[in-house]
Ligand binder design. Structure first.
Ligand code: ZN
Length: 657
């Protein structure tokens, strides 16, 4: 591990707090040191208050901030004397401690100080850095961890046995640190947790962190326990979407709401999942307290959600019996699945949650493999894991949560999603919390939305093989399918029936009808497993109730599609799948309509463009966004009792009314 310190760059950070920001970001740049809000840093600064009195302030990382992107505002300024006095108390619950940290903050708008603030305060150095470095955890999470730490560091570090983060840990450090500190001390190892380093300058504290972590890396390297080769693994060969959707269904039932299940079948995940000693090494639990909160106690090995939930309930009952206060069991669904055929699957209420769990578990896998190569992996005992999972600070966070968006944890697929109505549908679904698979013939779709909640795939919807692959990719990325928006379609040039060739007649049917049959047929088994029931919205057309001359192929194909949807509504009602049709009209902000075309059309009616766009009963313009919003709402609770309906969205059409 190399220091990222840069003299030129650091010179632009001129105050103590700015230096604190700079090296915090350096730590945050390396995911083997800190991950997703993990780790924390501080600086002690003398300040003068409004009365002219000097006070010692600890600027410590605030919760909700990530070291990689932290700014000065991310540090909570807390009065040092208050923090130090707290360590003299015999007992303090962690909720009381969090409250005291808040009370001692000099800026009411500051973020909540890190729960490790007291620990930072009692280390008598200006700059203090704390990470959960992979190398340290790999060494400490072994039965002979203390010996390894002793060999690596000698008297360069103070060693603190594992205690849960919070007041008890601060108390223990307040006792052990002064007793162990010596002239060589430049850091502090917290067993099964992480590492502290400190110094009088930001550079010194940071470079000591790098030095200490490097020593552990070197120690592991010398013992063949740092770079672990990934053995060849057998990749999945079958179609898995049906089984994944069934698995996600069971997990969602156990979790009490729809969940995202993201499957990772890369070489590293598969090789880990296919190890002979998997049960022994993977079932011990997360690597650090920081990891426990998101990944839960242990992964589920295989796919028996019921057995996992039962085991979790037993684990809860056993440990809750000895808790100080009555506890409510969290949902018993797994957050991690390790399966020889799937590899590693991560579960979350949102795509982001599942992705964070993935990141953490990739590091956990490395820690487990390194510890195993060094001697053998040993996680914390179950009561300690339980104590963190049911930490009162975590329980308090759960109570605070507001109402999530209506499609949280749900998966939608939209065809023709690169522009116009399809794109608007994707946006409306995203705004309501769904994960979306966006399909389009246009390759721009793969990067168009630029966010993890969207899987953009180039797909020719009339190609059965391509659709099959898209649905496999959907289940792999998010676990299943809840909402299907069949929007892709083509409008064929005006042609009178008297001159229509059979080829021209057939062309729109291939896209507007046949392609949608494929989606309905292949989507059905997945929609049937949607935790809250499947929903399908089909983009019909005003031309169904009110066709126009010259548009026989388009009108007939959309009419046939509407009839197909009505039959699907009848056939699938018993499976709790709703199928509804929208008939949009006069939506001009789509890719098909250029300013020039609009002008031409308006001229032919003797109208201005504005008049032409609003030539409907309500004299209103209908936008793609309007259609996207109605499409999303049609899939939501408002329309929970509606199926087989055809709803116009056209500003009112006197031929339809
Ligand atoms: Zn920590």
């Amino acid at each position: 591990m190399n220091s990222l310190w840069d003299d030129q760059e650091s010179a632009t950070y001129t105050s103590d707090l700015a230096q604190r920001v700079y090296t915090s970001r350096l730590l945050g740049r390396d995911s083997s040191l800190v991950l997703h809000g993990g780790g924390n840093t501080s600086v002690k600064i003398s300040e003068t208050d409004i009365f002219g009195d000097k006070e010692e302030i600890l600027y410590v990382k605030g919760s909700g901030w990530d070291l990689a992107t932290i700014a000065a505002a991310g540090f909570a300024p807390v009065r040092m004397p208050h923090l130090l006095r707290l360590t003299q108390l015999e007992t303090l619950s962690d909720l009381q401690m969090a409250n005291e940290l808040r009370r001692a903050t000099i800026d009411p708008n500051a973020p909540a100080p890190s729960v490790e603030a007291i620990l930072h305060a009692l280390l008598p150095y200006k700059f203090v850095d704390h990470t959960h470095a992979d190398a340290i955890i790999s060494v400490t999470n072994t039965p002979d961890g203390l010996d390894h730490v002793g060999t690596i560091y000698g008297d360069q570090v103070v060693v603190i046995p594992y205690v849960m983060p919070g007041f008890d840990l601060a108390k223990l450090c307040a006792k052990l640190f002064p007793a162990q500190v010596g002239p060589q001390t430049i850091g502090m190892v917290l067993m099964n947790h992480g590492l502290f380093s400190f110094g009088e300058t930001a550079q010194l504290a940071y470079e000591r962190m790098i030095y200490l972590v490097s020593l552990a890396e070197q120690y592991l390297t010398e013992r063949g326990a740092w770079q672990i080769a990934t053995p060849a693994a057998i990749p999945p060969v079958r179609h898995l979407r049906q089984e994944l959707a069934a698995l996600r269904h069971d997990i969602s039932v156990a979790a009490g709401g729809p969940m995202i299940v993201a499957t990772h079948s890369d070489a590293q995940s598969l090789a880990f999942a296919q190890r002979d000693d998997l049960t022994k090494i993977a079932l011990q639990g997360p690597a650090t307290p920081d990891h426990i909160i998101r990944t839960k106690r242990v992964p589920m090995i295989g796919r028996d959600v019921e057995a996992y939930s039962r085991a979790y309930a037993e684990y809860f009952a056993t440990h809750a019996a000895t808790a100080r206060q009555p506890l409510t069991m969290l949902d018993p669904a797994p957050r991690l699945i390790v399966d020889p055929e799937l590899g590693v699957a991560t579960v979350g209420r949102t795509v982001r949650d599942a992705a964070i769990t993935e990141d953490i578990y990739r590091h956990t896998i490395e820690i487990i493999l390194r510890a195993t190569a060094l001697s053998s992996y040993q996680a914390l005992p179950a009561p300690d894991l339980f104590a963190v999972e049911y930490w009162d600070l975590e329980q308090a966070k759960l109570k605070k949560g507001g109402k999530p968006p209506i499609f949280t944890g749900e998966v939608a697929l939209v065809t023709g999603a690169a522009s116009g109505i399809g794109k608007a549908c994707v946006e409306s679904l995203l705004a309501r919390g769904a994960a979306v698979v966006a399909l389009d013939l246009n390759p721009i779709i793969t990067t168009l939305f630029g966010r993890a909640e969207v899987l953009g795939l180039q797909c020719d919807v009339s190609d059965e093989v391509a659709v099959d692959q898209a649905l496999e990719a959907t289940a792999k990325a998010f676990g299943g399918l809840d909402i299907l928006i069949l929007n892709a379609g083509i409008f064929t040039a005006n042609r009178k029936i008297s001159t229509l060739s059979l080829a021209e007649w057939n062309r729109p049917f291939k896209i507007n009808l046949d392609a949608n049959l494929i989606f309905l047929r292949e989507g059905y088994p997945l929609l049937k497993l949607a935790p809250k029931g499947g929903r399908v919205v089909i983009m019909g057309s005003k031309n169904v109730p009110a066709p126009g001359p010259g548009a026989s192929t388009y009108s007939a194909s959309k009419a046939a599609l509407t009839q197909l949807a009505r039959v699907a509504a009848l056939e699938w009602g018993a499976d709790n799948i709703r199928v509804n049709v929208l008939h949009p009209d006069s939506v001009y902000d789509t890719g098909i309509w250029t300013e020039e075309m609009l002008k031409g059309r308006a001229d032919s009616y003797g109208m201005t463009v504005e008049q032409y766009k609003t030539k409907n009963v309500l004299r209103t313009e209908v936008t793609s966004h309007n259609v996207g919003e109605l499409t999303a709402e049609l899939c939501g609770p408002l329309f929970a009792k509606t199926t087989g309906a055809q709803i116009p969205i056209d500003g009112g059409n006197d031929r339809v009314i």
